[in-house]
Ligand binder design. Structure first.
Ligand code: UT7
Length: 335
């Protein structure tokens, strides 16, 4: 395919899926030295969903994808590309996108995974958008993570934060002036050690020693990520607003990555947004990594709270370190 078409690309349908099992702060009190009061006041999280032993990223990705296809009124064969943003793939290879492709029966679709931590969905949105401009008609973008599988439930500094799930959307052409108006992506690899999972890759393959020393679990310097998140969410959202030539007052819904209510409030404050335009579900799901933004978007859509012409501002940050923001002008009932 040569050249990019100058077309507007937007979201044709959304979907999401979370595990049935709920893990509450009260239950965590019995597992590590923590309290409901500490978790609630420091993070805003009350409970999170946890995958069962036999559930993996592709199970939630698949369910979210089925819903997104239904809401876009499309069949699996209509999809040309499947993109799964995840840092907890079913296995190192093949990609989780290929597993989802097979399960959906999306026989016409190419498929690959994308790794950008909790910013993964926004990264995938931009890649998917450019692929539609490049000639792919319908791109299925999924954010799916099951961080519970790589979390140490003896480490109170991380185990209270994360939850599992997936969110999906279908991208395609929309009317001029609608869809993804602007994006801003970035990375600072010098912060790689701040949030990482050391073992299991080619640098430190799995061994008895890596298992014994708990190197297959997430490690994080929480307050470093916190400071980075507050700074970068402000910077990235101001930049994307500038690129789209939009003022904060024109934003109907701010849909930030759901990691911590204090980070969300700081970002909203910097933009001068009132509580009523900020969508929060971190209390119910915790931090679901690449799934958090598409789950939030799907909830808003399902509640009928997103209307034709609404400007949505979304922003994520995470391992890498990475960040990404996007502005989407919603088009209802794309034909
Ligand atoms: O998507 C990106 C993924 N990561 C994030 O978004 C994380 C961003 N960071 C955060 O959300 C916050 O930094 C945390 C919620 C992780 C921690 O909050 P904080 O206000 O930065 O606390 P802190 O790390 O400075 O720790 C304060 C105290 C420490 O005790 P001392 O040293 O003051 O005695 C911790 O040991 O809180 C203690 N602590 C806990 N206490 C009860 C840490 N975790 C817990 C816990 N329960 N679960």
């Amino acid at each position: 395919m040569t050249g990019l078409r100058q077309i507007s690309v937007g979201i044709l349908g959304t979907g999401s899926a979370v595990p049935d099992v709920v893990l509450t702060n009260k239950q965590l009190e019995d597992m590590v030295e923590t309290s409901d009061e500490w978790i609630t006041s420091r993070t805003g999280i009350k409970e999170r969903r946890i995958a069962k032993e036999d559930e993996a990223a592709s199970d939630f990705a698949y369910k979210a994808a089925v819903e997104a296809l239904k809401s876009a009124n499309l069949k699996p064969e209509d999809i040309d590309l499947i993109l799964v943003a995840t840092i907890t793939p079913d296995m190192l290879f093949p990609s989780t996108a290929c597993i989802v492709q097979d399960r959906l029966g999306a026989s016409e679709a190419a498929a690959f995974d994308l790794s950008a931590g909790c910013s993964g969905f926004v990264y995938a949105l931009e890649v998917g958008c450019q692929m539609v401009r490049g000639g792919y008609k319908h791109v299925l973008v999924i954010g799916a993570d099951v961080l519970s599988k790589v979390t140490d439930y003896e480490d109170r500094s991380t185990c209270v934060l994360f939850g599992d799930g997936a969110g999906a959307c279908v991208l395609g052409e929309v009317e001029e002036g609608f869809g993804i108006l602007a994006t801003n992506l970035g990375a600072d690899g010098s912060g790689a050690n701040v949030l990482c999972l050391e073992a299991g890759g080619s640098r430190m393959p799995a061994s008895e020693e890596t298992v014994r020393s708990k190197k297959h679990f997430i490690t994080m310097i929480g307050n470093e990520v916190f400071k980075f998140a507050v700074r970068i969410m402000g910077q990235s959202t101001l930049e994307v607003l500038k690129r789209a030539n939009i003022n904060p007052e024109q934003i109907r819904w701010f849909i930030p990555h759901q990691a911590n209510i204090r980070i969300i409030q700081a970002a909203a404050q910097r933009l001068g947004l009132d509580d009523e335009s900020v969508y929060v579900n971190v209390d119910r799901y915790g931090n679901t990594s690449a799934a958090s933004i598409p789950i939030a978007l799907d909830e808003l859509v399902k509640m009928g709270k997103v209307e034709h012409g609404d400007n949505l501002l979304t922003v994520g940050f995470g391992a890498g370190l990475t960040w990404g923001s996007a502005i989407i002008r919603w088009q209802e009932d794309v034909k």
